[in-house]
Design a protein around this ligand. Structure first.
Ligand SMILES: Nc1ncnc2c1ncn2[C@@H]1O[C@H](COP(=O)(O)OP(=O)(O)OP(=O)(O)O)[C@@H](O)[C@H]1O
Ligand SMILES: [Mg+2]
Length: 477
C-alpha cells in the first residue's frame, strides 16, 4: 500500500473510532505533515476533549496556530503546558518562535537555549536559520540533529519498560508498546480476581491458553490444540478492556497488546505490512496471547468500505488468522469491540474467532462482586453490597464505579464544609445510583434494541457471558 493509502486507512480508522486518543494524535500529526492545518487542529482539539491536560495535543494546536500566524494564541497554549510543570522542550521552542515573530530576539534565544538544555535533540528549521551559527559558536560539539522541521514525537511509552521479544523472521521490526514476558512481575497488576462476573469467559480463556500448558498430555490425548480466537463484544464499560488486560496475569506465556496506532502509523510502513509483522512477532514468540482492543477500527465491514484502504487491511487480518490456524500456531488472538455491527461478518465465521462472546451488563451476582471490589479501598459505613447490587439493575461496571466515585466526591465536599470527615453513607450510594442512567441503555438504543427490562435476576440471555448463538438481544444475530 502506498503512503497515501496508509494515511487514508488512518483517517478511516479515526472516523470509525473517533474517541481513540492515540489514533487521534497519530492522525493529527499526519495531518500536520500534510500541512492540513484545519484537520490537524480539529484532531488535536478532540484529544483535548478527552484529555484536557494532554501536552502533546496542546502543543499541536499551538503549532497549528503558529503556522496560521496566530502567535498570541500559540503562546497561550505553550504557556499552559509549561504551567503544568516538569519543563517541556517543545513548549519552549514554540515560545521561542512566538517571540522571534514578535521581534524579541533576545528572549527568543533564551527560550531556545532552555529548550536545548531540556532536550539536546529539539529541532526547528526557522530557529536553526536564525540562531544556528550563534549556537554552534557557543557549543563546542554542535548537534547535527538541529536541522529541519520537528518530526512528530515518538509516544513516550514506546521505549519505556520495553523488553524486546524475539522478532519475526530476521530480527523483528514491530516493537510492541505493551509486552509482558512470562516472568514479568508487572503483568500481575490486574488479574481475573479483580473483575466481577464474566466467569465463563475467564474459564474459556483458561481452557485455551492456561490448561494446555499445565496438562499438555491430556490435550494431546483429546487432540485439542492451544490458542485460537475469542472476540468480545458488548456495551461500553462492561469490562472488555479490563478482561483483556487481566489475561496477562493468568496466562503463563508471552502477552502482546496491539495499539491500533501501531498498525495505522504511516511512519512505520503500510498498514498491512505492520499487521503482518505483528502476527509474525506473535508466531515467533508462541505460545503467546495477541490482543486487539477496539477491533472495529481496523476490521470494518468490507461492504461499507468498498475499494477503500480498510478493505485490504481486513483481508490481511483474515489471512493472518487463517494461516495461524492452518499452521497450528499456539497463539490466542483476543479482540474486543463495542461496535459489533461495524465488524466485517467474515470475522465471525468459524475458524477465525472461534468464539464470539457477548459481554453484557453484569447480573445481580456479578454486580455484587463488582461493588465489593469498588468498596475495597473506600471508607464506607454500614455497607450492604447486596442491597446496592439489587438497586442497580442494568448498570455496567463503569456505571458502578461512577456511583462510588460520585458518592466519594459528595462525602468529601460535605466533610470539607462540615469540618468533619465521615465515611461514605450507604444512603448516598443508593441516591447517586437512583439518579444515574446506565450507559448500556443508551448503547442498546443505538443498536436499535429495546432496553432489557430492569428487573432483578436477568434471564440467562442477560448473563455477563454468552455465546453468540444464545442471547436474543445480541446485535450480531
Ligand atoms: N466486571 C467488572 N469488574 C470490575 N470492574 C469493572 C467491570 N466492568 C467494568 N468495570 C469498571 O469499569 C471500567 C471500564 O471498564 P472497561 O474499560 O473494561 O469497559 P469496556 O467494556 O472495555 O468499555 P468500552 O467498550 O467503552 O471499551 C473499568 O476500569 C472498571 O473500573
Ligand atoms: Mg474497552
Amino acid at each position: 500500500m502506498s503512503g497515501l493509502n496508509s494515511f487514508d486507512a488512518l483517517r478511516a480508522a479515526v472516523m470509525q473510532s473517533p474517541d481513540q486518543v492515540s489514533l487521534l494524535l497519530l492522525y493529527a500529526h499526519a495531518c500536520m505533515e500534510r500541512r492540513d492545518w484545519v484537520e490537524a487542529r480539529a484532531a488535536f482539539e478532540r484529544v483535548l476533549v478527552f484529555e484536557p491536560d494532554a501536552a502533546d495535543a496542546q502543543l499541536g494546536v499551538a503549532r497549528v496556530l503558529l503556522h496560521q500566524g496566530d502567535v498570541s494564541g500559540a503562546a497561550v497554549r505553550a504557556e499552559r503546558v509549561l504551567q503544568q510543570g516538569g519543563g517541556n522542550a517543545s513548549a519552549h521552542v514554540i515560545l521561542s518562535r512566538v517571540l522571534l515573530a514578535e521581534g524579541d530576539r533576545a528572549r527568543s534565544l533564551e527560550h531556545l537555549q532552555e529548550a536545548l538544555r531540556l532536550d539536546g535533540s529539539v529541532c526547528d528549521a526557522v530557529l536553526e536559520r536564525e540562531f544556528g551559527a550563534q549556537l554552534r559558536e557557543a557549543r563546542p560539539a554542535p548537534s547535527t540533529e538541529f536541522t529541519g522541521e520537528s518530526p512528530p514525537s515518538e509516544p513516550e511509552s514506546s521505549t519505556a519498560e520495553y523488553a524486546e521479544p524475539a522478532g519475526p523472521e530476521a530480527g523483528g521490526e514491530w516493537r510492541p508498546e505493551v509486552f509482558f514476558s512470562p516472568g514479568d512481575p508487572a503483568r500481575l497488576a490486574l488479574g481475573f480476581d479483580d473483575i466481577g462476573g464474566l466467569d465463563e469467559i475467564k474459564e474459556e480463556i483458561r481452557l485455551k491458553m492456561v490448561y494446555p500448558l499445565q496438562f499438555p498430555d491430556l490435550y494431546r490425548a483429546y487432540g485439542k490444540r492451544m490458542g485460537g480466537g475469542i472476540l468480545l463484544h458488548g456495551p461500553p464499560g462492561c469490562g472488555k478492556t479490563m478482561l483483556l488486560r487481566a489475561v496477562a496475569a493468568e496466562v503463563p506465556c508471552n502477552y502482546f497488546s496491539v495499539g491500533l496506532h501501531e498498525i495505522f502509523d504511516p511512519y512505520l510502513g503500510s498498514c498491512e505490512r505492520n499487521l503482518h509483522q505483528i502476527f509474525q512477532t506473535a508466531r515467533a514468540n508462541a505460545p503467546c496471547v495477541l490482543v486487539f482492543d477496539h477491533l472495529d477500527s481496523l476490521a470494518q465491514d468490507r461492504r461499507l468500505t468498498r475499494d477503500g484502504p480498510m478493505r485490504h487491511l481486513v483481508n490481511q487480518f483474515l489471512h493472518e488468522m487463517d494461516s495461524l490456524r492452518a499452521d497450528q500456531q499456539r497463539v490466542l488472538v483476543l479482540a474486543a469491540t463495542n461496535q459489533p455491527w461495524a465488524l466485517d461478518p467474515a470475522f465471525r465465521r468459524p475458524g477465525r474467532f472461534d468464539q464470539v462472546v457477548a459481554v453484557g451488563p453484569p447480573d445481580d451476582r456479578a454486580r455484587e462482586q463488582i461493588v465489593m471490589l469498588q468498596a475495597r479501598d473506600k471508607p464506607i459505613g454500614q455497607f450492604d453490597a447486596s442491597a446496592l447490587a439489587l438497586a442497580t439493575p442494568g448498570f455496567s461496571g463503569a456505571d458502578l464505579r461512577h456511583v462510588f466515585e460520585r458518592s466519594a466526591e459528595l462525602t468529601l465536599a460535605a466533610a470539607i464544609h462540615g469540618g468533619q470527615p465521615t465515611p461514605i453513607a450507604m444512603e448516598t450510594l443508593l441516591q447517586v445510583a437512583a439518579a444515574h442512567q446506565p450507559a448500556a441503555e443508551r448503547w442498546e438504543q443505538m443498536c436499535g434494541l429495546e432496553p432489557a427490562p430492569l428487573d432483578a435476576n436477568p434471564a440467562p440471555a442477560r448473563k455477563a457471558v454468552d455465546r453468540v448463538s444464545a442471547p436474543h438481544r445480541d446485535p450480531l444475530t
